[in-house]
Design a protein around this ligand. Sequence first.
Ligand SMILES: Nc1ncnc2c1ncn2[C@@H]1O[C@H](COP(=O)(O)OP(=O)(O)OP(=O)(O)O)[C@@H](O)[C@H]1O
Length: 303
Amino acid sequence: MIDAAPILALDNVTKVFGHGDKQVVAARSISFGLHAGRTLALVGESGSGKTTAARLIMREYHPDEGRLLFRGQPMGKADAKGLRAYRTSVQMVFQDPFSSLNPARSIRHHLERPLRLHQRDLDSAQRKAKIEELLRLVRLDPEQVVAKFPHELSGGQRQRISIARALAVNPQVIVADEPTSMLDVSVRLGILNLLNEMKKELGVALLYITHDIATARYVAEDIMVMYAGQIVEWGAMDSVLDDPQHPYTRLLLSAVPDPDRRFDDTRFDIELSRIDHIRRQAALPQPDVQQVGDNHFIRPMPD
Ligand SMILES: Nc1ncnc2c1ncn2[C@@H]1O[C@H](COP(=O)(O)OP(=O)(O)OP(=O)(O)O)[C@@H](O)[C@H]1O
């Protein structure tokens, strides 16, 4: 059961880049809410608009139309105090854990900085204790890593530091943009498990952005499928993936190697001649919404 009020929401947000012929609608009337203790996966191919959605949430971009709401309040009207609270409450974990950490600074520095900025009442002993707590929270041994520099850690360990840094300010929302795509396959599962634990233990709301449906299914309860700036299908993960209704979602699923799928399972197979047609049609504006299950919706595309 989803808590009715989302912590954070995009409400009919449109973002357009460029002008005239060069115009790209990177987000077309997108709406979704993030709820405490739940993960929403935003899935789509390269260029579908996933990072634009993340940047709108991080307020790096401002909507051309529509609103960003935090605890029901439009952020467009927030005062300086409201914006500060938002910046603390909403944190991001990036794809590349190496470039998001400063190579010249120790792990201690990376965690100390947000604590100094956002938890000013802590004295140095309390800060030290908090850094150790954060490292244990992301399943790293403080003694082993605190004095090290990013290059002395593995990719998976660095991503754990990025997550610890995001957690340092007690966020309510974490936006994770392809957090495992640059990691070895062998350490991906550990990071996904950690995100799952953070959601359960700390009750954060997670937006998990990926092109990989398999990992989306592993971490998220809900899914949105995005194409050409539109969310074409969304709802409960199992409902959407077991019974996809939008031709574009079926196309995405047909490309996923699934070890559980039998060779004679042709449910999502799509004729090659249909693929271009689906992409062309799915890219057109689809203003209508159709409910196809309890918690399952599509924007039907023209035939
Ligand atoms: N700052 C910008 N200026 C102009 N066009 C942009 C800008 N940012 C994104 N776009 C365009 O908007 C569309 C969506 O881009 P976006 O980066 O959001 O996609 P994405 O799904 O995150 O892709 P990827 O998985 O490759 O990161 C693309 O066509 C992109 O070229």
